[in-house]
Each structure stands twice: as structure tokens, then as C-alpha cells.
Design a protein around this ligand. Structure first.
Ligand SMILES: NC(=O)c1ccc[n+]([C@@H]2O[C@H](COP(=O)([O-])OP(=O)(O)OC[C@H]3O[C@@H](n4cnc5c(N)ncnc54)[C@H](OP(=O)(O)O)[C@@H]3O)[C@@H](O)[C@H]2O)c1
Length: 310
């Protein structure tokens, strides 16, 4: 009852089906929602979970913690810095050398409201990390995803983390000119990055019908994502402390991504953007629901990746 408003009930222990034989990859798996997702998925017997993270020491600490909760879990580290195309290519090559299948790719890593800077390849840091990085990573892994999808009974997923913050994207939706983007505030740039995550999933689903691709908002969850607030000023630090009392915890916050990765695909394919948990949305009608914007971003992103040699 009232599921359309409060969301579905989802208990990871009993609602996640067996993942036996499946290979899973979670970006940003060392902290917050990603770490909780890896922990819960590991309990359902996947063949292997690749925990992709940029800092080896953090990843190894997270894997130790996960192994304490799930002693038989098969979780291994994959080095990945999404702000560097070079690192993304290395990560994809590493992954392909270690696994010939990929059933579930969760593009979970992200940053929020950080000061202006650029990725190694010249993109605004939030748009470059959250969208361009994941777009390249997904592209390089696509042959493995498609090969897995050819197998009898397969159920291949790509799940992009986004945010209700996508509604703050600039007026035109996506500002492609990175110098022009610098003139917009950090929240508007975050909005653009999160909108791009939705549009990317939408276009992935359209172009690759043999897999299931979607995106989602996890809720407003107390994680390290809010650290930039604390660094801004002591006033913001106090605000962050008060806010952290009101936010949901990671156990709840990871549920929507686990739901999208494991619920029946006929349901998950119903829309390109879900609110928690399993509430059909579609996102802002002025941007996220525009198929022509999704196609335009896809074409522009492809051109940029090709220009950089990928
Ligand atoms: N928490 C919320 O309220 C909320 C709301 C809406 C959307 N989201 C989305 O949920 C996702 C997970 O965020 P979270 O809340 O769990 O935040 P978090 O605790 O800060 O985790 C973010 C993860 O992304 C990783 N990451 C950041 N930059 C990276 C890079 N360049 N290369 C590789 N990994 C990188 C972080 O690694 P390090 O540990 O090395 O920094 C960390 O593992 C994000 O996409 C975020 O946008 C969260």
C-alpha cells in the first residue's frame, strides 16, 4: 500500500536472488553506498565481485571489513580512477584479463559540489568523473557485457547512480563547452553531471536492448559525499553535523541500487530513472525525459572519447 509514495519494501537478505555464477563490478566500492552494496551482494554467492576504487589502501581496508561480515565472499580490488582516461583504460584491460564475463556493472562512484577543477583529460571534475569516466568505462566493458548477454538465461545489468540533484542542471540541460561550464556554480555543475548519468542509462538501454540499463536516486544518505560541506567553513561544518542527524543510513541508502541490480528485469526496464525504493520516476520532464537530449549527449560523448583515442 502507498508503494508509489513510500517505495517498495526491500530486504537484501531475502529479496536478492542467488547470484551464483555471476560477476559483479561496483565502482567506488570502498566507501558509503558502494561498500554496503558490495557487502550485501557478496552474501548471495556471486562468482566474484570487483571492488573498483582509486586508492588501494582504502579498497583493501574495505575488503577486510567486508570479509569479516561475509567470510566466504569473493571480493577483489580493481584499481580505477575515474578522473583519468588512462586509468580507466588500464582498469578495463585489467578486468578483461581477469574475467571473461560481466553480469552486473554498478556505476556507483561519484563526487558532489566540489570546487572548480578539471580531470586529467580536461573535463569539469564532476561531469568528467561522474559521467565521462563512467561512459568510457562502460564503453570499454561493453564487449564483455554483450558477450555475457548472449548466454542462455543471462540477465545483464548496468546501473548508474544519479540524484534528484539532476533537477539543478543548467537551463540548456548539458553545457558541453567546459570553459562556459566554469561560469556556473558547483551545484549546477553537479546537476549537469547527475543528469548526464540518467541520460547515459537511457540511451544505453535504447542502443543495447539485450542488456538492462537504468539509473536511480538512492535517497539522501549520510556518507562522505557531504565532506566538501565541512571543508567550506565552520558554519557549513555545523550545518553538516545537523544534517547528518536527519539523513538515512547507508544500509537503507544502498537498497535502491541493489534493487535495480537484482529485481526482475521486466520491472527494472520500465523506466530509465528510479526513486527509492523502486518508485518509477523518469526524472525531470524538462531534461531527463527528453530522448533527443539523451541522443545528443551520447553522440557528443562518443566524439569526445574518440578525440581522446578511445
Ligand atoms: N549520499 C547521498 O545522499 C547521495 C544522494 C544522491 C546521489 N548519490 C550518489 O551515490 C553515489 C555513491 O555516493 P556515496 O553517497 O556513497 O558517497 P561516498 O561515500 O563519498 O562514496 C563515493 C565513492 O566514489 C569514489 N570516487 C570518487 N571519485 C572517484 C574517482 N575519481 N575515481 C574512482 N572512485 C571515485 C569514492 O572514492 P574515495 O573513497 O577514494 O573518495 C567513494 O568510493 C554517488 O554517485 C553519488 O552521487 C548519493
Amino acid at each position: 500500500m502507498f508503494e508509489w509514495y513510500f517505495g517498495k519494501s526491500f530486504n537484501p537478505e531475502k529479496d536478492i536472488p542467488s547470484l551464483s555464477g555471476k560477476v559483479v563490478l561496483v565502482t567506488g566500492g570502498n566507501a558509503g553506498l558502494g561498500k554496503e552494496t558490495v557487502t550485501q551482494l557478496a552474501k548471495h554467492d556471486p562468482e566474484e565481485i570487483f571492488l573498483a576504487a582509486r586508492t588501494r589502501s582504502k579498497a583493501e581496508a574495505a575488503i577486510d571489513e567486508i570479509k569479516q561480515a561475509v567470510p566466504n565472499g569473493r571480493v577483489s580490488f580493481l584499481q580505477l580512477d575515474l578522473s583519468s582516461f588512462r586509468s580507466i583504460k588500464d582498469a578495463a584491460d585489467q578486468f578483461k584479463a581477469r574475467s571473461d564475463r560481466l553480469d552486473i556493472l554498478i556505476n556507483n562512484a561519484g563526487i558532489m559540489a566540489v570546487p572548480w577543477s578539471k580531470t586529467e583529460d580536461g573535463f569539469e571534475i564532476q561531469f568528467g568523473t561522474n559521467h565521462m569516466g563512467h561512459a568510457l568505462f562502460t564503453k570499454l566493458l561493453m564487449p564483455t557485457l554483450l558477450k555475457t548477454a548472449e548466454e542462455e538465461g543471462s540477465d545483464v545489468r548496468v546501473v548508474n547512480l544519479s540524484s534528484e540533484g539532476h533537477q539543478m542542471a543548467p537551463g540548456p540541460g548539458i553545457i558541453y563547452d567546459q570553459a562556459e561550464l566554469e561560469r556556473w556554480g558547483t551545484w549546477r555543475r553537479y546537476g549537469q553531471a547527475q543528469l548526464a548519468n540518467i541520460l547515459h542509462a537511457r540511451e544505453l538501454q535504447r542502443r543495447y536492448p539485450s542488456i538492462t540499463a537504468t539509473s536511480l536516486h538512492p535517497g539522501v544518505i549520510a556518507t562522505n559525499l557531504y565532506d566538501p560541506f565541512g571543508e567550506a567553513s565552520s558554519f557549513m561544518r555545523v550545518g553538516k553535523w545537523f544534517m547528518s542527524r536527519l539523513l538515512n543510513d547507508v544500509h537503507w541508502g544502498a537498497k535502491n541500487e541493489m534493487w535495480a541490480a537484482t529485481a526482475p528485469k521486466e520491472v527494472v526496464r520500465q523506466t530509465h530513472y528510479w526513486k527509492p525504493i523502486g518508485i518509477k520516476s523518469g526524472g525531470s520532464f524538462w531534461h531527463a525525459q527528453k530522448p533527443e537530449l539523451a541522443e545528443q549527449l551520447w553522440t557528443w560523448t562518443e566524439n569526445e572519447l574518440e578525440r581522446h583515442g578511445y
